[in-house]
Each structure stands twice: as C-alpha cells, then as structure tokens.
Design a protein around this ligand. Structure first.
Ligand SMILES: [Zn+2]
Length: 246
C-alpha cells in the first residue's frame, strides 16, 4: 500500500534535522512514499530547500495575517517554481488573533499568486466558510483548491463538492467524538478526498497527546476505509498525485 501525507509541517520548530530523517525513514517503512511539507514562514521554507525536501508548499497563514509578511511573501514568489502549491492560506474566525480584514487581504494576494503562476491552492478554514466562499467569488477563483483538515458542516461540504474542490481529512477523523465528521466522509466522493497528518499536531486516536508524524497517516487511511467500507488507499494516492501534479 502506498500513501502520501498531503500536509505536514516538517520544517517548523518542532523537529530537529535528525528527527526529520528518522521520521521519514519510519514513514517510508509504513508505506508513506511522499510527504507534502507545509511552510508557514521564511525560515521553514529555507530549511526545506536546504535539507532538501522534494515537495514544499508555502504561504502566510491566517494566524499570521496581522504580522509583517511582505518579506516572506516576496520569497515565496521568487521561489514559486520550486513549490507544488501555495498554502496554507485562508480564513480562521476561531483560532486566529488576526482581524478578518487582514486575513482577507493576504488570502486574496495568495489567490492572485496561484492564478498568475497556475499552482493549486491549499486552504485553511475554521468557522469562516461563508467568508471564504465569498472571497473566492470576489476573485472569481474556480481553480484547483484543497480545504485541508476539514472540520466543517455537511452543508459546507456540499458547497465544496459543488465547486469541484477537494478536502483532506486529518487525525480528527479518528477521534471518538467525530461522529458527524465521519458521516460527512461517508457521503463525500472518494475522488475528491486527500488525507493528511498535519504533523506535529493532531495525532490520531491511538496516539493522542503524542507528537504526530507522517507514519501515522496509515491510521487515518484505515479509518476512512472502515467508514467507506471499500478500499480507499489507491484512489487517494492518485487524487494526491493529480492535485499536486507530482
Ligand atoms: Zn497545517
């Protein structure tokens, strides 16, 4: 079985270089053949290039929208050819200290960037789907888009399907209390689903409280297989390769 972890923060502050190489080895042994590394600041992207990691994605997150981002944004544009997508950008009305207005400004700048360079867009959205869809409409964005770590409602999932976008499920899918999310996953078309660890956060149920890592993607894949009642790994692998054009 082959897996791709579509969203992990390998080069953030949580792992040392030696831990990254051990994790990647462990991941490979578990069948995780690729990891998409998400960089949320200039230091993490520079580190990804120097290691080097093959598949990187970068953007200013909605959590940092109130901070000075110009320098990082210029660096992203300068190296855009080395990125497989732009993200995670988006809107967060639950966990972000940044005002919505500044989140929208950066989100729109990232949308313009993907339109200019024809890259897929990785979106973070928490409690702000109405504003998210509105912003996408204002920018007339209908291109490839992945809502990472989806935790929205059934109605929001339907809107994502209608717009032809993708969603990705994280370890939250495996949590005991996530019955509603599992219902959404059951109904969501498999051709539009990706999976992710969001490591170092959101370790799946059997590892809760621990630092997460890409090898744990297998537990999420198995949970999804049980929900769907059919094999899912090979379809999700294909979805991921196609989405990021790997
Ligand atoms: Zn993330």
């Amino acid at each position: 079985m082959h897996y791709i972890d579509s969203h992990a923060h390998l080069t953030g502050e949580n792992y040392r270089d030696v831990e990254i190489s051990l994790m990647m080895k462990k991941a490979q042994e578990a069948g995780v053949v690729e990891v998409i590394n998400i960089c949320t600041n200039k230091i993490s992207l520079e580190r990804a290039f120097s290691l080097p990691l093959p598949y990187n994605v970068a953007a200013i997150t909605p959590h940092d929208a109130h901070l000075e981002g110009e320098n990082f944004f210029c660096f992203i544009e300068k190296h855009v050819d080395q990125l497989v997508a732009i993200g995670e950008t988006g809107l967060d009305l639950v966990n972000s200290k940044a005002p919505l207005e500044s989140q929208i400004i950066w989100f729109k700048r990232h949308i313009k960037l993907v339109l200019k360079y024809k890259k897929p867009l990785v979106v973070h959205c928490r409690g702000a789907f109405k504003e998210l869809f509105l912003t996408l409409d204002e920018e007339s964005y209908t291109g490839p888009l992945l809502v990472h770590c989806f935790t929205g409602t059934g109605e929001e999932a339907l809107e994502i399907i209608k717009r032809g976008f993708f969603i990705s499920f994280s370890g939250i899918l495996t949590f005991k209390k996530s019955e509603e999310l599992r219902e959404i996953a059951r109904a969501f078309p498999l051709e539009r689903i990706l999976i992710e660890t969001d490591a170092p956060w959101l370790a799946p149920q059997s590892k809760r409280g621990q630092i997460n890592e890409p090898a744990n993607i297998v537990e999420i894949a198995e949970t999804l297989r049980d929900i769907k009642g059919v094999p899912v790994a090979s379809q999700i692998y294909t979805n991921t390769r196609n989405f990021f054009d790997l």
